[in-house]
Design a protein around this ligand. Structure first.
Ligand SMILES: Cc1cc2nc3c(=O)[nH]c(=O)nc-3n(C[C@H](O)[C@H](O)[C@H](O)COP(=O)(O)OP(=O)(O)OC[C@H]3O[C@@H](n4cnc5c(N)ncnc54)[C@H](O)[C@@H]3O)c2cc1C
Length: 384
């Protein structure tokens, strides 16, 4: 085994141990989305709160066999989240910490903003949000209407608008909100926002799958934002808002792909464990599914390595994400077919996996959006 593979396999082994404890609670989390906050005593879930923080700001990384893990690279996150999704993806998405917002702060924050943001995460388990999607602007986030305006050059900014389907919107104590300070792509910016401020309201959105993730709507009416909370002030306009979210998505798309792989593996293993004898045709189908899972898993690993080497090299990540979303949906439905017409009633865990799998398609851009992104890159002469 190569040195990087050994590093990742140690992390994956640890993650598997942690998330095996969460799995027995998965159906309870589905029934009661407030449960994840009461599962923090389970190892792994609470630990995530102080991971995914850059080494310069985190004196307490995860140490396994003498190695330090910060979960800041796509490769480490992929290893971790495949196991977390195998355990329970909804609980993984409901964990404290800054899986998305922390990546953006790392890309766009100045020293003082990073000290403040990561410092808060280290003080106590803190949930964060990353608010980009709007009710009228989902896939076309660049057309966002949320505004960040100010009356005079040195005064505070004011945030107005609505964001939808935001992970940890209700649990989140702080996070990042994207808003428009002017027209066009360069007019998009992001600010650090604390929940509970005057004019800030968070409400849950009921969903069919991933209920524990508690997606929500954020409504902001004249929420005051101090000038020092606007990210990227020290950067040129081309490296601020949109550039920041594109970097975030490039890094996180392989991670979402690994979640799809984890769900598919969970469905495959469920069939293996619950069906004692299989016909030859069934065995053939199950083996074919295992091969497909392994194929997407390898593609995901390559996509993670590509963005770790160059954060702008996101095309493999798009491909892995779209293949994994399709895989998760197909694998969970195929697994149900092994249990006959009453499968959804008789096998609630599998039924939940099939509902959860539908969420992968929407995270970090739908299949159509990934296809368009790959097409644009190829038509510009990229190599995919
Ligand atoms: C589990 C989960 C977690 C999420 N977490 C967050 C979060 O933390 N923060 C956040 O801001 N958002 C989050 N989202 C929202 C997610 O980013 C959006 O759902 C996604 O961007 C799609 O937007 P939409 O739902 O409005 O769908 P739409 O954009 O309305 O898309 C609906 C359909 O139309 C297709 N479509 C749209 N535009 C085009 C086009 N130009 N060409 C071809 N087809 C098109 C899409 O592919 C899709 O099939 C989350 C969603 C889920 C499911």
């Amino acid at each position: 085994m190569s040195e990087p593979d050994r590093h990742l396999s140690l992390l994956q082994g640890q993650a598997r141990e942690w998330w095996a404890q969460v799995r027995p609670h998965a159906l309870d989390v589905d029934r009661d989305p407030t449960l994840p906050t009461r599962l923090l005593h389970l190892k792994g879930l609470g630990r995530l709160a102080t991971l995914q923080i850059p080494p310069a700001y985190n004196p307490d990384p995860l140490v396994i066999a003498g190695r330090r893990f910060h979960l800041m690279t796509a490769a480490e996150r992929v290893a971790y989240y495949e196991e977390a999704a195998w355990g329970d993806l909804a609980t993984a998405l409901a964990a404290p910490g800054a899986p998305m917002s922390g990546v953006l702060v790392d890309a766009l924050g100045d020293r003082e903003q990073k000290d403040w943001f990561y410092g808060r995460l280290l003080t106590e388990p803190t949930w964060t949000f990353f608010a980009l999607t709007e009710p009228e602007h989902g896939s076309d986030a660049a057309a966002m209407a949320t505004s960040l305006t100010r009356a005079d050059r040195d005064g505070p900014w004011y945030l107005n608008g609505t964001k939808k389907y935001v992970g940890n919107a209700v649990r989140g104590r702080l996070g990042v909100v994207f808003a428009r300070t002017g027209k066009g792509p360069l007019g998009v910016n992001a600010a650090l926002v604390e929940a509970g401020q005057h004019g800030f309201e968070a409400r849950p959105v009921p969903t069919l799958g991933l209920r524990g993730a508690q997606l929500g709507t954020l409504t902001m009416e004249s929420v005051e934002i101090a000038p020092e909370r606007v990210l990227g002030r020290h950067l040129s306009p081309t490296r601020r808002g949109m550039a920041g979210w594109l970097r975030t998505f490039n890094l996180l798309r392989p991670v979402v792909a690994s979640m799809g792989v984890g769900l598919a593996r969970a469905a495959h293993e469920y069939v293996q464990s619950q069906r004692r004898s299989l016909t030859r045709d069934e065995q053939h189908r199950l083996d074919a599914l295992a091969r497909r899972i392994e194929g997407v898993r390898r593609l995901t690993g390559r996509a993670a390595a590509a963005v770790d080497a160059d954060i702008t090299a996101g095309q493999l990540a798009c491909m892995a994400k779209l293949r994994a979303a399709r895989l998760a949906e197909d694998a969970t439905v195929a697994a149900l077919a092994f249990f006959g017409p009453g499968a959804r009633l008789d096998h609630p865990f599998l039924e939940k996996l099939a509902r959860d799998a539908r969420g992968i398609e929407y995270m970090e851009g739908t299949e159509n959006i990934q296809r368009m992104s790959v097409f644009k890159d190829l038509s510009r002469g990229g190599h995919g």
